[in-house]
Design a protein around this ligand. Structure first.
Ligand code: AMP
Length: 378
């Protein structure tokens, strides 16, 4: 019997790690990505070179795949819908993708389910933005509704003068919305998987540390009280009950000074806040996702060590990537797990790889991960 094929829309690092898990489970993998030799394309069986926003390319991918999934929200959802009509298996449900890919609609959806989110409002022009500034107070966030990731498409409006800069510089022509600034003390995330039999498995709540809107560090488990963990888990379960769909979902949240937990956003896919799961659990988010979308049962989770810390390797210059790791010999027993994504070009703050370290003590574990990062240039 021929091995079944998984088609993945998007060929970045998430697609690469999904491909590794799919291969482990005996699947063939075909990637759709516009960049030839994308990180996932390099390890997959084939890559179709084309835009994930192109309906026809999605149909082409569907033609040669048994199961279709995506690692990026900008995947053309009309194409995915058509594949379902043709009898193909697509997970998560494209209707769920349609809600989530529009960050404004996502907030409306969450609010309708009484899930706490920051106050938000549609902004169509500079005048709307000024009015919202008066309502929200400064600072507040102006956000692109579509195709915004790793902080691209977000602008913190500190005062009225910032408004025209934001409109001109960042947000030319894109539909926008505004969001009240949340003075959070921590950012938290829960990564959960749901299979076709509605089994749900959630990894323990993590803390994510962002700089310039980009995730730098993930601490698992989050160093917060049991009560806060409970709140975050309850919220994640509420989000999952509101949304239909099979596969992995990440729910990002803010924790405020008063102990309130509110949802920032949902990703209908594997996520940076779950990279540590490759080494820190018996089964990674990537393997859970492949199991779920191909109709297998997801597995119960077992933690390997008390703590895990993940540090992203972000680009520090513009140009061709040139990966080097040096060890200074003081700790060659340090079992840091280094992942390099194989991107040809580096850019400032581009996600080029990550490091995961497991340990019994959070501080030591984090220090080892940071030390390893400082020994890498890319
Ligand atoms: P996003 O891509 O919209 O999730 O935003 C990226 C990062 O920007 C978040 O992880 C936060 O660090 C920050 N951020 C987003 N929305 C808000 C908000 N309403 N208040 C304060 N910080 C925010």
């Amino acid at each position: 019997m021929e091995n079944k094929t998984i088609g993945i829309v998007g060929g970045g690092q998430l697609g690469k790690m999904l491909t590794d898990s799919a291969h482990k489970l005996g699947f063939k993998v075909i990637i759709l990505d516009p960049t030839p030799n994308s990180p996932a394309g390099l390890v997959a069986d084939t890559q179709i070179v084309g835009s994930f926003k192109d309906r026809d390319k999605i149909l082409e991918l569907g033609e040669v795949s048994d199961y279709i999934t995506f690692e990026i929200e900008s995947a053309n959802f009309e194409g995915l819908e058509e594949l379902i009509k043709k009898g193909k298996i697509v997970h998560p449900n494209p209707q769920t993708l349609r809600i989530i890919k529009d960050k404004f609609e996502q907030k409306v959806f969450l609010k309708n389910y009484n899930i706490p989110v920051a106050d938000f409002a549609l902004i169509n022009n500079i005048e709307d933005c000024k009015k919202q500034g008066e309502i929200f107070g400064y600072p507040f966030l102006l956000k692109a509704r579509f195709d915004a990731y790793d902080g691209r498409g977000n602008f913190v409006i500190k005062n009225e003068q910032d408004i025209s800069i934001a409109f001109e510089k960042l947000l030319k022509g894109s539909p926008l919305y505004g969001e009240k600034f949340v003075p959070f003390i921590k950012e938290l995330a829960v990564v959960s998987a749901r299979d076709t039999k509605e089994n749900i498995e959630s990894y323990p709540v993590v803390e994510t540390i962002h700089k310039n809107n980009i995730c730098h560090i993930v601490r698992s488990p989050a160093p917060v009280s049991e009560e806060i963990k409970e709140k975050a888990n309850t919220l994640a379960n509420e989000v999952l009950s509101a949304l239909s769909g099979v596969g992995v979902f990440a729910i990002e949240m803010f924790l405020t000074e008063s102990g309130e937990v509110i949802v920032n956003e949902i990703a209908p896919r594997v996520h940076n806040s779950g990279h540590h799961t490759i080494e820190a659990f018996n089964i990674s988010q990537f393997e859970q996702h492949i199991r779920a979308i191909s109709g297998m049962q997801i597995l119960k989770l077992e933690k390997i060590k008390k703590h895990a810390v993940m540090v992203n390797i972000l680009g520090e210059r513009e140009g061709k990537a040139d990966y080097k790791i040096t060890t200074d010999g003081d700790d060659n027993s340090n079992s840091a797990h280094v992942h390099i994504y194989g991107k040809m070009d580096t850019k400032i703050e581009r996600k080029m790889g990550h490091i995961t370290v497991l340990g019994d003590n959070l501080e030591d574990t984090e220090n080892k991960a940071i030390k390893t990062r400082s020994n890498i240039s890319i």
